[in-house]
Structure formats: C-alpha cells, structure tokens
Design a protein around this ligand. Structure first.
Ligand SMILES: [Ca+2]
Ligand SMILES: [Ca+2]
Ligand SMILES: [Ca+2]
Length: 459
C-alpha cells in the first residue's frame, strides 16, 4: 500500500475529460477545469492517514504532516514513503468535522539551533466531566536523534473553537512571530444559524486583562514566540491584542510570499471563497461583505436578530424569513475594509444555486510558489480546492484572469507543500466529505482518501 505508484500523467494521458469552458450564466465556475500547458506525473507517496490537515516540507527533506483525526504528527520520506510518528498528542479532543490536531509550523532554524515545532489543536478545557472545546498553540522540541517531539510548552491556551469553521492554520513569519487563523465557528449557518457571527467584534481592554479570548473568532492572530501580545501589534478600537486582522470566515490557508507579505485563503458560504493579502489592522469584511463590495449574490442575513419571531422558531434555509434583518454590502461602511486579491467565485445575483450548486471551490491550504523550475510560475499562489478537487494557480499579483486548475481528481485537496527545488508539489487529501466528479456532480467517493500525493513537473 505504501509502494509508490504512478497514478497518472496529467494532461498527456489523464483519465478524465477536461472542459475548457468560459463560465456563463448556466455554468458553475467551480466545475470549470482549465487545461494548462504544463505536464506533470503524479504518484501516491503514502496513504492511510486519518484526515491529514497540514503538510510542510522540512529541512530534513521529509514531509511533516498533522493527522486531524489521528492526533499524530507524522514525518514521511517523499522518496520511499517511509513514515515515522514524531508524536501522538493524547490531549487532542477530536469529535467533529473541524476539530482535532490542525496547524503545524516549523521554526526556520529547525536542525540549525532552534528545534521548535508549533502545533495548534482542540482540547477539553474543563477539568471535570463536562466538555469545554478550546484551542491552543503548543511548542514542542524536536530531538533529531530519536526523531521524536517532546518538551511541550503551551504558548497560548483557551482560544475559542466552535463546532464548525475552526480554521487553525499557523505559520512562522519573517518577523519571528507566529500567525494563526481563527474561524467564525460556523455561526449564522446551518445547525448554528442562531449563533451570531463575532468576526467583526474586537477585543476590549477588559477582555485582554482577563485573558478572555472569545472575541478572537474570525481573526488572524499575531503572536510572540512565548505566546504574548507583540508590542507592535495593531491597536484596534483602542486596544492592542493578538488580533492582526479581522472579518474572516474560515481561513484555512496562510503563507508568506517572497515580498514578506502574508497571503490567506478562506472558504466562502455559497459563493466568494477568497484569497487575501493580509495587512495589519485591516477588516476583511465578513459577514457584512463577502468577496468584493459589489452587492452580487451575497446579502448578510443575521438570523440571530430575527424579530419578533425568535431565531429558534425558524427553519434555516436558502429562503430567508422576512423577520431576519438583511444588510446589503453597499449599505455598510467599514473604513478598514480590504477586498480580496481574488475570489473563487463571484457569480451574478441571478446564479441559480438550486440548479447549479454553491459557487465555492471550498479553499483550504495555500502556498506561494517562488521557484524558477516551472517556467512562468514565479511567483504564483497555489491553493487547494476541496470541493473542486483541484489545485488552483494564479499570479501573486492577482489580476482579473480566472485561476488555472491543476490535478483535477475526485479528491478533496486539504493542504499543499512545495519541494525546495520547485519540481514537486505535494498535497494531502481528506478521508471524508464531498467532492465534484469530472462531470461536476457531487460525490463522496474518492480516488485517494487520506493520502499524500506528489505531482512532478515534466515539461
Ligand atoms: Ca502546507
Ligand atoms: Ca473578505
Ligand atoms: Ca460581494
């Protein structure tokens, strides 16, 4: 099972029929596969992972993977597929679809003097029999001799983590700070539609004094390496906290570019997955604005504010009852609003969701490609699409052109890594969920569930 297998040569003898269709009113753009000129081979490096969530290329030449459900940090040799468990974290609480062991970041001096590895995961903060779901960032020290992680130090604990939309990607910044993403808990949506979204709420001075981080929902955090609040973090509403930016929905992708700037991807509701350039103190709009401030398709409906009929008496669905207040994007004034670099996808207000489905690719992990190995790619954003079953690429500078799709498969791509020579792209895939077939129909059948895949550039 762990033997490397050549699965396909993409584009040359790819098993699927690819359409190159310009999105129109009767085409869902999330099911439009482009046909780029580059050719890749693909191979299953290893499989049988319990919902791998992060994959990172380490300075040891191995891939470091978190298993969300498996609660393990696993290292995999990309050449042989050999895997070694660096640690199983028993304290991880894993009960739902977006909790468990999630983010992982390596100290840039790993194996060169600072053998620190940072992880982010959910745990039970209640010491008694009750359960209190929270998230924490913990630092481990890697012992290169035993190839084990040990010496745990909790850097930041008691972070809020809801039943859905948990985000939790972490990266190590060029400024030697940790950046971590927090989701909106799935509030105002599906089973949690009567919970208000708190992505626009900013921490108060009293919150910070009490180390009450509940308002860290829907935020990107910037954290000193000991877990404290950096002295140069932005002051928002008169308060300096860990909050670096706000107004996020479910930001599962974070990576720094060669320009030293932070790039982020987040999963939209029915439309408007976003890739953003994250800047200090900026507001990325959610839930008042989705994608661009254009009044296309999305209107904020605040279910928790339903009156006089209380939300609890309402049935959640696409038809929003008249008692639920609605706010047009053009009616809100967010002085620090920053539009996305790109959306996947903004559709016209006439988009027929019932007939065509949601226009989201369901974006997850993101990386910035900075190698010259693949002509024309430097620099590009690569971002994993779970529902689309594709990796998207577009120039770092953004632009109006639709993103190119690569590696279309019946697999939910969760995260990415790029080899230092730029010739290999690695992706980890979910073991559960839904993805589109080549014909654009949803299915729960995967080609490679819970796998580590390698795509090698040929020409
Ligand atoms: Ca990654
Ligand atoms: Ca936004
Ligand atoms: Ca919009």
């Amino acid at each position: 099972m762990r033997r490397p297998v050549i699965a396909a040569i993409f584009w040359a003898i790819g098993p699927l029929a690819f359409a190159q269709v310009a999105p129109g009113p009767n085409v869902n753009p999330r099911a439009v596969w482009s046909k780029p000129p580059e050719m890749f081979t693909s191979r299953v490096v290893a499989s049988g992972f319990e919902d791998p969530w992060e994959v990172t290329y380490g300075p040891d030449g191995w891939l470091w993977i978190t298993e969300r459900v498996g609660k393990r940090v696993v290292r995999v040799d990309p050449a042989s597929g050999t895997r070694k468990v660096a640690i199983t974290i028993d304290e991880v609480q894993q009960l739902l679809a977006q909790d468990g062991l999630l983010g992982l970041a390596l100290h840039p001096q790993l194996l060169r003097g600072s053998n620190y590895v940072y992880v982010m995961y959910t745990y039970d903060a209640d010491p008694g029999p009750a359960a209190e779901r929270r998230s924490k960032i913990r630092r481990y020290t890697y012992d290169a001799t035993t190839q084990q992680l040990g010496e745990p130090v909790d850097l930041l604990t008691n972070l809020p983590h809801g039943p859905d939309h948990g985000a939790s990607r972490i990266v190590f910044g060029p400024d030697s700070k940790l950046y971590a993403s927090r989701g909106d808990h799935g509030s105002n949506f599906l089973a949690y539609h009567c919970e208000p979204i708190r992505a626009q709420e900013l921490p108060t001075a009293a919150d910070v004094a009490a180390r009450d981080w509940q308002r860290y929902q829907g935020k990107i955090l910037r954290i000193d390496l000991d877990g404290s609040i950096p002295a140069d973090n932005p002051v928002l509403g008169g308060v300096r906290s860990h909050v670096f930016s706000y107004g996020h929905r479910n930001p599962q992708g974070l990576a720094f570019g060669p320009d030293g700037r932070l790039y982020e991807s987040e999963h939209g509701q029915d439309t408007d997955d976003e890739v953003n350039r994250i800047e200090a103190g900026r507001n990325y709009g959610w839930p008042l604005i989705a994608g661009y401030k254009d009044d296309l398709y999305y209107t904020y409906a605040n279910w928790s504010a339903s009156a006089p009929t209380p939300c609890a008496s309402l049935t959640y669905g696409r038809d929003v009852p008249s008692t639920v207040p609605r706010t047009k994007e053009s009616d809100v004034n967010l002085p620090d609003f920053t539009p996305p670099l790109k959306t996947f996808f903004t559709v016209p207000s006439t988009h027929d969701t019932r007939a065509l489905g949601n226009a989201t690719a369901a974006l997850a992990g993101l990386d910035v490609y900075t190698s010259t190995a693949i002509p024309g790619w430097n620099p590009s954003i690569l971002v994993a699409g779970m529902m689309s079953g594709t990796i998207f690429r577009f120039p770092l500078a953004g632009g109006a052109e639709p993103p190119l799709t690569y590696f279309k498969a019946q697999d939910r791509y969760r995260d990415l890594a790029i080899s230092p020579d730029g010739r290999h792209i690695y992706a980890v895939t979910d073991a559960h969920g839904r993805v589109l077939t080549a014909a654009g129909e949803p299915t729960t059948e995967f080609e490679h569930p819970g796998a580590l895949l390698e795509f090698t550039y040929v020409k």
